[in-house]
Ligand binder design. Structure first.
Ligand code: SF4
Length: 291
């Protein structure tokens, strides 16, 4: 009998759950608000909030005077927060506390005279936000060969929250060794998110028990993409899907134990749909074999 097994830790992280709850509470009171960018990288969540009155905007110019704006769990730059106050908009700040910790560290270290190197994707909203808190004293890069601005004497290395602690440590070691050769002072602060890491570890443990893995989540989510990479690296056949409808029967051929995990922005109902569909397909195959 085929079996569907879920990872011990999967789906919404504390930061995303908190952000969605804050928005829903505000919508109950106000009826409508604007979110500055998608509240999480998952269209299912965004569409569900839109039905309750949350409109995604890309610029503060799209928000009417006196309106309400929500900053996403990824956080925002210092200039954006100041501009919201200047325009007199009502702010709902859903910045995840773990992202906030990285922003605060970036601001403090830059204030102490460090050039701040953020290990992360420069175009990602969270990284752009963190960099902004360095007030021009930071760069974002994935390459330990990246250079720091001329005249730099001290460098602080921090991370995008969704990076793995091992990858960050390796990056910081390589960069630090190179900068130390130039007699620069280097300080490293691990700002990776333990919630993300727990999902990676649970998925790796699950991979040891199953014949095939399904990773559920949006293709726009850096977190879900990285989770799929971690699963693929285990050698177990891995399928990244957004919704239950993407499951192909061929992917379950001759599989007895089917594993399911999901990124930190994937809501519970989407995961439940996938599990139910897999269980139905497993039962149908069993029935087909026994007839
Ligand atoms: S993955 Fe971590 S840092 Fe990102 S929102 Fe969730 S708890 Fe916060």
């Amino acid at each position: 009998m085929a079996e569907v097994v879920k990872a011990d830790v999967l789906g919404f992280c504390g930061g995303v759950r908190r952000a969605v709850r804050l928005i829903e509470t505000e919508l109950e009171q106000r009826g409508s608000l604007c979110t500055l960018g998608a509240i999480v990288h998952n269209s299912h969540v965004v569409d569900a909030l839109a039905r309750k009155g949350a409109k995604v905007v890309e610029s503060l110019d799209e928000i009417p005077p006196g309106g309400t704006v929500a900053i996403t769990a990824h956080g925002a730059g210092e200039g954006v927060v100041d501009e919201i106050a200047r325009r007199g908009l009502h702010l709902v700040d859903t910045t995840c506390p773990i992202v906030r910790r990285a922003q605060t560290a970036a601001a403090r270290l830059a204030g102490q005279g460090f050039a701040v190197v953020v290990y992360g994707e420069a175009a990602h909203p969270e990284v752009r936000g963190i960099l902004s808190w360095t007030r021009g004293q930071g760069i974002a890069t994935l390459s330990p060969d990246a250079d720091v601005p001329p005249g730099t004497r001290a460098v602080a290395v921090i991370s995008q929250t969704t990076k793995s602690p091992e990858a960050f440590a390796q990056f910081a070691r390589t960069l630090g060794a190179r900068l130390a050769e130039r007699a620069l002072k280097v300080c490293t602060l691990d700002t990776t998110c333990p919630e993300t890491e727990r999902r990676y570890q649970a998925a790796t443990a699950l991979a040891r028990e199953v014949d095939v893995l399904f990773v559920v989540g949006s293709r726009e989510s850096a977190n879900t993409r990285r989770l799929a990479e971690v699963c693929q690296a285990t050698g177990v056949p891995t399928y990244a899907i957004q919704v239950a409808g993407e499951i192909e029967d061929a992917s379950l051929q001759d599989r007895q134990r089917v594993g399911v995990t999901a990124g930190a922005s994937t809501p519970d109902d989407v995961i439940c749909d996938v599990v139910r569909r897999l269980e139905r397909q497993a039962t149908a195959r069993e029935a087909g074999r026994s007839t």
